[in-house]
Design a protein around this ligand. Structure first.
Ligand code: TYM
Length: 327
């Protein structure tokens, strides 16, 4: 059976980009593949975190993944720091990656540029991500477009390790959705929607009040020529609305454009479609609120299942490297 693995950081609120670019595909894949989904709390440590907040956002994110539709009966849901093998293999991946490769990562460049403190972990972040993926003999990694470069590096590291030490890792592939892989900020449509946006008006939270969501979409930046056409370079704002509507309704954004002659109706339909997607997620999230212990139980079962796969893979890598086994 095909193995799928993916992860999401417990920082900031989960937004529409996360949902349409990644999480919806996690839910789809769990029915056809052996799927593992991970709240990557160790990745969040690359910048200083408030301990109380980190603990609660980690649990809340797991709850949200369940609300989105991850079913613990078919998929394995767990927290990265509960499975020690991630850090064990991360060191090996750091020693497999070249400094030049890590320096070329655009995410590192973006996040370190102008920052007053840049941790060593921010630099080696992609080695931990490679470890996450390779530990589970992963075939496919459903992610948004911004993770493409990290996936390429993961493949390069797996191939390099296999060439040096013999076949040890499966070389994984990114699965990036044709629609919704790069949802843009509603106010600055040339920048991707992100947790760290300048203005909250540009980002839609998955748990946000639906009235506020509709308002944000209706106030989204477009342009002045009033022509509805899918052209991400010339018309980034309108194209983003078409992508959002297309991703929510399973339609092709370019052909959707033919249905509209004005921006108003496009915005109204996009707002309705987004609210229709978010409403059941918010209802399930509220139901799960009633029983926080249930989330912890699911995470504990998930970690046990994850360890059972990760342990033998790490042992295989150590053996290939010539590390003396402990007796
Ligand atoms: P993170 O937590 O930033 O984002 C989680 C997922 O959401 C996707 N995404 C988007 N998709 C479309 N439009 C957007 N504007 C948008 N913003 C985010 C991301 O591509 C991602 O799929 N490094 C990863 C977490 C990670 C990981 C892994 C992923 C750690 N280990 C192993 C896969 C496999 C990250 O920071 O994602």
């Amino acid at each position: 059976m095909t193995r799928v693995f993916s992860g999401i950081q417990p920082t900031g609120e989960v937004h529409l980009g996360n949902l349409l670019g990644a999480l919806r595909n996690w839910v789809r894949d769990q029915h056809t593949a052996d799927s593992l989904y991970c709240v990557v709390d160790l990745h969040a440590l690359t910048v200083p975190q408030d301990p109380v907040e980190l603990r609660s956002t980690t649990r809340q994110l797991a709850q949200l993944l369940l609300a989105v539709g991850i079913d613990p009966a078919v998929a394995t849901l767990f927290v990265q720091s509960h499975v020690d093998e991630h850090t064990g293999l991360a060191w090996i991946m750091e020693c497999t990656a070249a400094v030049g490769e890590l320096r070329r990562m655009t995410q590192f460049k973006d996040k370190s540029d102008g920052a007053s403190f840049v941790s060593g972990g921010l630099f080696t972040y992609p080695a931990l991500m490679a470890a996450d993926i390779l530990l589970y003999d992963t075939d496919h990694v459903p992610v948004g477009d911004d993770q493409r470069q990290h996936l390429e590096l993961t493949r390069d590291l797996a191939i390099r390790f296999n060439n040096r030490y013999g076949d040890t890792f499966i070389v994984p592939e990114a699965t990036i959705p044709p629609v919704g892989a790069r949802i843009m900020d509603l106010q600055q449509p040339t920048r991707k929607m992100s947790k760290s946006a300048d203005s909250p008006q540009g980002t839609i939270g998955v748990l946000e009040d639906l009235g506020a969501v509709a308002k944000k979409i209706k106030r989204a930046v477009t342009d002045t020529d009033n022509e509805v056409r899918f052209d991400t370079d010339a018309k980034p704002g309108v194209s983003n609305l078409l992508s959002i509507l297309g991703a929510c309704t399973d339609r092709d954004p370019a052909s959707l454009a033919d249905d509209y002659t004005q921006y108003g109706p496009l915005k109204a339909d996009a707002a309705d479609a987004v609210c229709a997607v978010l409403e059941p997620i918010q209802a399930r999230y509220a139901e799960l609120d009633a029983d926080p212990g249930a989330v912890d139980d699911i995470l504990s079962g998930g970690a046990a299942k994850a360890r059972a796969v990760a342990g033998p893979t790490l042992a295989r890598a150590r053996e290939a490297l010539g590390l003396l086994p402990a007796r």
